[in-house]
Design a protein around this ligand. Structure first.
Ligand SMILES: *Cc1c(COP(=O)(O)O)cnc(C)c1O
Length: 376
């Protein structure tokens, strides 16, 4: 098929692909049907029957109005998100400070559509989330990677120097970072915000807190810095802690002027009435979901301890996954686990592997397989 499409013929003209996507494959982790899927940091617990019932009822109600376009500005959902963040992080936000889209992936795209573009640069610090360069590419934004330290932390002076050197219009900081699990201290985020504020023409700092709910006690959220920083955006998602990856709901908090810029570039009615209804029904259950997050955090800390006891290197984790290593042949290890029904992720610096925190039963299956394959 592909070969045919690649070959121009008089009756089949070549497709005018943008040069930067010629020969590229769609990105994505393998979706394999195996017993233990611990590779994309999903919440291992499906929604409770109470959540299922309320979501279903909300969808039924929304369906009655599907002849109409949905609320373009989804104000009710933005109010619910603000109420949730007040409880989760203790930060009071107005609905005008919230934005949502089909996954935080789309929120990021909106950010780069509004603040990136040709002749501009987006900057992040490696190792980090592998989707960021794709958003840059798709918005014709230049892409630059600074570096993190050996322990995956970000040195504030190094970060400042990198920002000065490249004068980006967008800086992307994942905290907790994927694939390392590393959260940034407020002092580092403040250093980045300060340096970004010095860039002529401006620079938006995006803190991607997709795993924010899993942060350890005492780790701050960048939401606390919003009041004093109009060039800060903090993105979150319902895909991880909320166990709603299939619903595709991500969101962001920022100053109203920043949110207004995103409203300009979004597609009309980008958030369907069904999606809005699902998100609101799930948010009404945030209390019980947060209890589950507490259990996952404990499971994570126990897993970190177990891996270290076996002499492995493990990155400190504020997320629902653990990066561990190092292995001379990580591909062989990954394959060995897969043969035992355990799918993890081959990602991160050479020699490291990432495993998502599952149910106790799934974690046990991972441990058993690892002991067998790695001979721990
Ligand atoms: C999983 C993840 C997201 C969430 O993406 P959604 O589109 O909301 O599902 C965002 N950022 C990072 C770093 C992630 O790992």
């Amino acid at each position: 098929m592909t070969a045919d499409l690649d070959r121009p013929a008089p009756d089949r003209p070549a497709l005018p692909l943008r040069p930067e996507i010629v020969g590229l494959e769609p990105y994505g982790a393998p979706q394999l049907d195996v017993p233990y899927r611990l590779n994309v940091n999903e919440n291992p617990y499906p929604p409770s029957e109470a959540v299922v019932a309320d979501v279903a009822a909300a969808v039924t109600e929304a369906t009655r109005g599907l002849n109409r376009y949905p609320d373009r500005d989804f104000l009710a959902l933005r109010e619910d998100l603000a109420a949730y963040l007040l409880v989760e992080s203790g930060v009071r936000l107005a609905p005008e400070q919230l934005w949502a889209a089909n996954g935080s992936n789309e929120v990021m795209l909106h950010l780069l559509q509004a603040f990136g573009g040709p002749g501009r640069t987006a900057l992040s610090f490696a190792p980090t989330y592998s989707m960021y360069p794709e958003y840059a590419r798709d918005t014709s934004t230049g892409w630059v990677l600074g570096r993190r330290e050996e322990d995956f932390s970000l040195d504030p002076d190094e970060a400042r120097a990198t920002i000065r050197r490249h004068a980006p219009s967008v800086v992307l900081l994942a905290s907790p970072n994927n694939p390392t699990g590393t959260a940034l201290p407020a002092s580092t985020v403040l250093a980045v915000l300060d340096e970004a504020a010095r860039i002529p023409g401006g620079c938006v700092v995006v803190v991607d807190e997709a795993y924010g709910e899993f942060r350890r006690r005492g780790t701050p959220s960048a939401l606390e810095l919003l009041a004093d920083h109009p060039h800060l955006a903090v993105s979150r998602t319902m895909s991880k802690a909320f166990g709603l990856a299939g619903a595709r709901v991500g969101y962001l908090a920022a100053a109203p002027a920043l949110v207004d810029a995103l409203r300009v570039v979004r597609l009309p009615y980008h958030l369907s009435g069904v999606t809005q209804a699902v998100a609101r029904a799930a948010l009404a259950h945030s209390g019980e979901l947060m209890a589950q997050v507490g259990a996952l955090r404990e499971e994570r800390d126990a897993l970190v301890g177990w891996l270290r006891e076996r002499g492995l290197q493990v990155a400190d984790s504020d997320a629902n996954f653990v990066l561990f290593g190092t292995f001379d042949d990580r591909s062989a290890l990954w394959q060995g686990l897969l043969e035992r029904g355990v799918l993890i992720r081959e990602v991160g610096p050479p020699g490291w592997l990432r495993v998502s925190v599952g149910t106790p039963h799934e974690t046990q299956a991972f441990k058993d397989a690892l002991v067998e394959v790695a001979g721990l």
